[in-house]
Design a protein around this ligand. Structure first.
Ligand code: IPE
Ligand code: IPE
Ligand code: MG
Length: 269
């Protein structure tokens, strides 16, 4: 298939973050080339976005939540992506000042509570990766409620990485497997990659094809370390609150232009 590179597409490639009137055509071209099955996003740069505007960090998180909402709507709607993971709070983020952590917990609670009706009617299925036990009781309750209420949906699987840390996830998987070994359910000689994959929070979701990180940082910050073995990485200088559908399309186009070899030599499509 011809790469989608002509005419309006060039304009779209410009710096602007404004929705382009020819977006439907671009989306169609991108869809024809084959969407990644799973896109995962490290939503970074809220604090710097606020600082640039002389606002408190919390205002950056508020704007970041709006960017997340916009992306979920676009990914599940016009674009038709199947799996989207959003890194919302890491196991390391507890190290932030208590006021910021409290604000983030309340923001997440409000986000989930307010958007649940839309998720339900738009076919979004909410799943969570992370240790819910340490979260405030009300947030735990609202997250569980969202998971239950959207369990039958399948248009977009929205995986919220919440109190998520990849090392914690792997430690948890090791414990689960060790318990199965101790009780005789698993023969240690039979432990393979699938045993581990299926013991992670993401057991029902394909590995991410594409991880996007905003704000210019080039690291994974304890995100999907096992799952990202062959993931394509896209780093953007855009601060998360400014990240919009157009840049998601740019990231996916770059992904589509890459040659994923998985260690082999021939071109793989
Ligand atoms: C990402 O933005 C949001 C979370 C980690 C919860 P940051 O708050 O990390 O923003 P910067 O990196 O300080 O700009
Ligand atoms: C990663 O961002 C975590 C989330 C986006 C939730 P951080 O801002 O916490 O990462 P570091 O500290 O810069 O590595
Ligand atoms: Mg950050």
């Amino acid at each position: 298939m011809e790469p989608a590179r002509e005419g309006k597409f060039e304009e779209f490639y410009g710096e602007g973050l404004v929705l382009h009137s020819d977006m439907p055509t671009l989306i169609e071209q991108i869809r024809e080339r084959g969407l990644p099955q799973h896109v995962a996003v490290i939503m970074d740069g809220n604090g710097r976005w606020a600082k640039k505007r002389d606002l408190p960090r919390t205002a950056g998180h508020q704007a970041g939540a709006q960017a997340a909402e916009r992306l979920i709507r676009f990914a599940g709607g016009q674009l038709g992506l199947r799996h989207l993971t959003l890194y919302a709070f890491s196991t390391e983020n507890w190290a932030r000042p208590a006021g910021e952590v409290d604000f983030l917990m309340e923001l997440l609670d409000r986000f989930i509570s307010e958007k649940i009706a839309e998720f339900e009617s738009e076919g979004v299925r909410v799943v969570v990766s992370g240790d819910l036990a340490r979260l405030p009781a009300a947030l735990q309750q609202h997250v569980r409620n969202a998971i239950e209420r959207t369990a039958e949906n399948s248009t977009l699987i929205l995986n919220v990485a919440l109190n998520y840390g990849s090392r914690q996830e792997i430690v948890r998987a090791c414990r689960m497997i060790a318990e199965h070994v101790a009780s005789g359910k698993i023969d240690p000689a039979k432990i393979d990659e699938h045993t581990i994959s299926s013991s992670l929070y993401t057991s029902e979701i394909p590995d991410p094809d594409l991880i996007i990180r905003t704000s210019g940082e080039m690291r994974l910050s304890n995100f999907l370390l096992w799952q990202a073995a062959y993931t394509e990485l896209y780093f953007s200088d855009t601060l998360w609150p400014d990240f919009g559908p157009d840049e998601l399309l740019r990231a996916i186009t770059q992904y589509q232009d890459r040659n994923r070899r998985f260690g082999a030599v021939e071109e793989m499509e």
